[in-house]
Design a protein around this ligand. Structure first.
Ligand code: SF4
Ligand code: SF4
Ligand code: FES
Length: 949
């Protein structure tokens, strides 16, 4: 591999249709007008030496290495900033140019450590290569003033900055500004004294830097370099794979040295991220080899017993015999399974297949139950497909977007950076969120409107927006007449036009001034292209499904579905939430969202799987817990999810787990749920297996094995073995064969195969005869369900009300450096940025309670009580508090209640009435948690020690 970080200097990013023809070193070349001479030369196979230019950034022209001669033009212009013109005659290789380039490089090298390759051990510095290319063999300058003694900033856990190697080319500054949009770096001073400064001249770790790695990737020297590269040396081979964190699904190059992973570098050709990354995917992958990894199967009779390390065979036989014993005693429906949105499509497909075919019931569910199940219901009902309508690139054509109940710069960071780029280019943003997320205002980005709703009033605000559209004559009725069911539209129009839905009437409910709602509605409705992006702040409510349908109503009435630049875009939380839903993880749906009660569909699967299937939908996760409490549900297979931490009302969940006779957990760590398990099956990280993930754009991308499974088997192999032990063998030689079966049985996947993914890089479903290379934009011409369906969305206030006892509303969300239940990111150096869940509280509410920033505060709800540290901030409005849920000991979900979405049971995480007061010690729950947790870790350690003896 070429070790240079920006070596693959790609095609010109010019879209002009006017062509110009010029001559470069005697070769005629034709390129789009506006292409730089450097890119035109590259197009004819001539590589001009360069340092400050890179294909991911606008040219800057600072290093003067890329000089050329142009006939009839004075001087030696920089080829990276000079546009190609018709008839130009360019020379890139004259003796004079050679002298000039050597002179420039000699100056650079006189202030650059000659031994930097050996020094850093990385071999990734471009300087020496360029010096060699221009023929520089020695530096004649006597050593004078240099930067060579400058101090290295090693404060960032993942990369270091060595000013001695910096040539002040400003690539890092431009990457931070133009790609990431954080504006943390500047060039300070002039000439010899110019230098790179981080924020207010701070160490990287203390600065605004979000550690996305764009600067490191852009740096042509080893001034900015990954610490792993310094320690291990330059990688020598590459395996392409996909990030296993969020729903953006960034493509990465796993860069290896022998069998060891040296670094993860975002893939420029990857269509989800175009070469950008965030701190999680770029750096936080070391959890895969963390000492806490569980690599041996274990069993025990009771959860108070020590674990016993056993063979795979014994563990699988124990799980299977317990499942069968329990079914014999309590009935076929007494057991069930939970699939994982962190596992691959193939793995989730196999778990649901095993439940339906080997368990003989449909008691299968997935974590989407607690995040995006309302998206499935709401979008299926209104437009006919349970998925986002666009690809991420669609944002390039949007004029206005609504971001509702989502915080992309923290939860979907690469897409968040893209949004900020587009805002800087003029796109308008309307933020609907109780909290001032970054998109409301950060340097160079400001939302046109921030509708700071009270938690729980999404449907009210969506209705108010739609009311303005309809009553102010902004509805696109021609579009609606052609594309939607007209009688349903008329009924909805009557409902939404009622003054009761107006912004003025709703102001008392939402807390948002009517004038702002009217302004936002006009902006959205009158845009050429307007799109909606939303997240769990929409779905995790008692009216989550209603809000999703309200979003669809708004998009349809303004004609904003069915072309590039518009649409309805749920931002999925975990990497494979879309995929786990697609693969049939819900109790009522087979793969491809087809109802289990549909005889034709069921027969298709019965014939292929050679087994009779139960036509009745099975239990959802909350129903499993309730049934465990009443004694009818006795055993669970839980793959790669941590329900004891992630699901609401922890006390209820853990009591349900304790009530079961056999809990089988498969995970890479002894997670919170495993502490209640009787059989533990070790899992594999995304680096240890082949498969596919499907991101928020419906994009199916490959994950490829980078290292052997630490436990000896990939998760899909374990499920096959368990199914075999249950008497239903599932035999596949490779995950590609599982995908072939999915394609055979799922109309939206008919054309998907590993071969095609390898050819195209990734595929957005539907991919079939009608769309052989996939479908970036859905619902073009007509909706998947035929005519779009308007649904009347009556606002119904949640039962979770503030009272004198619980006067504040708590809502929850994520932070950039941590991920979901934190099992992975807590085991990386990302804790340097966020090491505990904090409670954000408005200064007024804090003052009323005598709370100062950093104080320990008790948070009590109707469900439970915990203690967190307070962060006093105006990000939240008075009356609202906010926390994250990344640390189990914080117990955020001890507080959340069992209220849930009326249609899907998605929990109402986003609205919990609480009281907050100063606290002196951990809550009783936290003390109990710590005791139980320590005991369980001790029991697992005893097992490992016993094995070692
Ligand atoms: S740190 Fe690297 S990218 Fe930034 S100015 Fe210095 S050499 Fe250029
Ligand atoms: S944005 Fe999401 S998918 Fe991309 S690197 Fe970050 S966590 Fe991974
Ligand atoms: S590469 Fe053109 S001036 Fe640096």
């Amino acid at each position: 591999m070429n070790p240079n970080k920006e070596a693959d200097f790609g095609t010109p990013q010019r879209h002009s249709t006017r062509l110009v023809t010029l001559s470069i070193d005697g070769h005629s070349v034709t390129v789009p007008a506006g292409t730089s001479v450097m890119h035109a030369a590259l197009a004819s196979g001539i590589d001009i030496p360069k340092l400050c230019a890179t294909d991911t950034l606008e040219a800057f022209g600072s290093c003067r290495v890329c000089l050329v001669e142009i006939e009839n033009r004075k001087g030696y212009p920089a080829s990276c900033t000079t546009p190609a013109e018709e008839g130009m005659k360019v020379h890139t290789q004259t003796a004079k140019l050679g002298d000039l380039r050597r002179g420039v490089m000699e100056l650079y090298m006189s202030d650059h450590p000659a031994d930097c390759r050996d020094h850093a051990g990385s071999g990734t510095c471009e300087m020496h290569g360029v010096a060699h290319d221009v023929g520089l063999t020695e530096v004649r300058y006597e050593s004078g003033r240099t930067h060579l003694a400058a101090k290295v900033d090693a404060s960032n856990p993942y990369f270091q900055f060595d000013p001695a190697k910096c040539i002040v080319c400003s690539r890092c500054v431009r990457a931070c500004d133009d790609i990431q949009g954080t504006f943390a770096l500047t060039v300070e001073g002039r000439a010899f004294d110019s230098r790179i400064v981080v924020s207010a001249d701070e160490p990287f770790l203390d600065s605004e830097c979000v550690s996305c790695g764009a600067c490191v990737q852009a740096c042509p020297t080893d001034a900015l370099v990954e610490k792993s590269v310094v320690e291990m040396g330059a990688p020598d081979r590459v395996i392409s794979t996909t990030c296993a964190y969020c729903g953006v699904g960034c493509g990465f190059r796993a860069e290896m040295k022998g069998d060891e992973l040296v670094r993860m570098v975002p893939e420029k050709a990857a269509k989800a991220n175009h070469g950008h990354s965030c701190v999680k995917g770029r750096f936080a992958w070391t959890y895969a080899t963390h000492q806490d990894r569980m690599t041996k199967p274990m069993i025990r009779e009771r959860i108070t017993d020590p674990w016993r390390v056993v063979s795979w065979d014994e563990a699988l036989q124990r799980a299977a015999s317990e499942f069968r014993r329990i079914q014999d005693k309590y009935g076929r429906g007494a057991i069930g399974g939970i699939t994982s949105s962190r596992c691959s499509n193939e793995e989730t497909y196999l778990v649901q297949k095993m439940v339906r075919a080997a368990f003989g019931n449909n008691n299968v569910d997935t974590c989407a139950r607690v995040c995006h199940s309302p998206t499935g219901y709401g979008l299926k009902t209104t437009i006919g497909e349970s998925a986002g309508t666009q690809d991420f690139d669609s944002i390039d054509r949007a004029d206005v977007i609504i971001v509702m109940g989502a915080n992309p710069t923290d939860a979907h960071p690469v897409f968040g950076s893209r949004l900020k780029q587009r805002v800087r280019e003029g796109m308008k943003v309307i933020v609907i969120d109780p909290r001032a997320i970054d998109l409301v205002r950060v340097p160079n980005v400001e939302a046109a409107y921030h509708l700071a709703t009270r938690p729980g009033t999404n449907v009210a605000i969506l209705n108010a927006l739609a009311h303005v559209v309809v009553t102010e004559g902004l509805a696109k009725e021609a579009y609606v007449r052609e594309r939607c069911e007209w009688p349903a539209y008329e009924a909805w129009r009557t409902f939404i036009s009622d003054p009761a839905q107006s912004p003025e009437a709703m102001e008392a409910v939402t807390g948002v001034p009517a004038a702002q709602v009217r302004g936002a509605a006009r902006l959205y409705a009158q845009a050429g292209n307007a799109a909606i992006y939303y997240g769990l702040g929409v779905t995790e409510h008692s009216q989550g499904s209603t809000a999703v349908m309200g979003i669809a109503n708004l998009a349809m009435v303004t004609g904003n579905v069915g072309r590039i630049g518009v649409g309805i875009n749920p931002l999925r939380g975990q990497n494979n939430v879309q995929g786990s839903c697609d693969m049939g993880s819900f109790p009522h749906e087979l793969p491809g969202y087809r109802h289990i009660g549909d005889d034709v569909v069921r027969k298709l699967f019965e014939d292929d799987w050679k087994v009779k299937l139960d036509p009745e939908p099975g239990l959802r996760i909350p129903n499993m817990f309730d049934a465990a409490h009443d004694g009818s549900f006795r055993a669970l297979y839980c793959q790669g999810e941590d329900i004891a931490q992630s699901d609401p009302n922890t006390a209820h969940v853990t009591a349900a787990l304790r009530a079961m006779e056999c809990v089988v957990v498969q995970d890479i760590f002894l997670n919170e749920t495993a502490k209640y398990a009787h059989v533990f099956l070790p899992g594999t990280s995304f680096l240890e297996k082949d498969g596919t993930f499907t991101n928020s754009e419906r994009r199916v991308s490959r994950i490829r094995k980078v290292m052997e499974p630490l436990c000896g088997m990939a998760d899909w192999e374990v499920t096959c073995a368990l199914s075999k032990a249950l008497g239903y063998p599932m035999d596949y030689a490779h995950p590609s064969e599982i995908m072939d079966e999915i394609a055979r049985l799922t109309p939206t996947f008919t054309g998907v195969s590993y071969k095609l993914i390898d050819e195209l890089g990734s595929i957005q479903w539907p991919c079939n005869e009608a769309a052989p290379e996939g479908t970036p934009t859905m619902h073009i011409g007509e909706f998947v369900r035929g005519k779009g369906q308007f649904i009347v969305t009556e606002y119904v206030p949640t039962d979770e009300k503030v009272t004198r006892r619980y006067p504040l509303l708590m809502t929850t969300g994520r932070i950039l450096s941590q991920y979901n239940v934190g099992a992975q990111t807590r085991r990386t150096a990302n804790v340097a940025w966020y090491a505990e869940d904090l409670l954000e509280i408005h200064p007024h509410d804090a003052e009323d309670r005598g709370i100062r920033d950093g104080d320990a505060v008790g948070v009590a709800s109707r469900a439970g009580e915990t203690v967190l540290r307070a962060r006093v901030t105006e990000r939240v409005q008075p009356g609202v508090v906010y926390t994250t849920f990344h640390f189990p000991e914080a117990g955020s979900n001890v507080l959340t209640t069992e209220n849930s979405d009326w249609a899907t049971n998605c929990p109402e995480y986003k609205v919990t009435a609480v009281q907050v007061s100063r606290a002196a010690q951990p809550s009783d729950w936290q003390k109990q948690f710590q005791r139980f947790s320590d005991e369980q870790v001790g029991l697992a350690e005893q097992a490992t020690e016993a094995l070692a003896r």
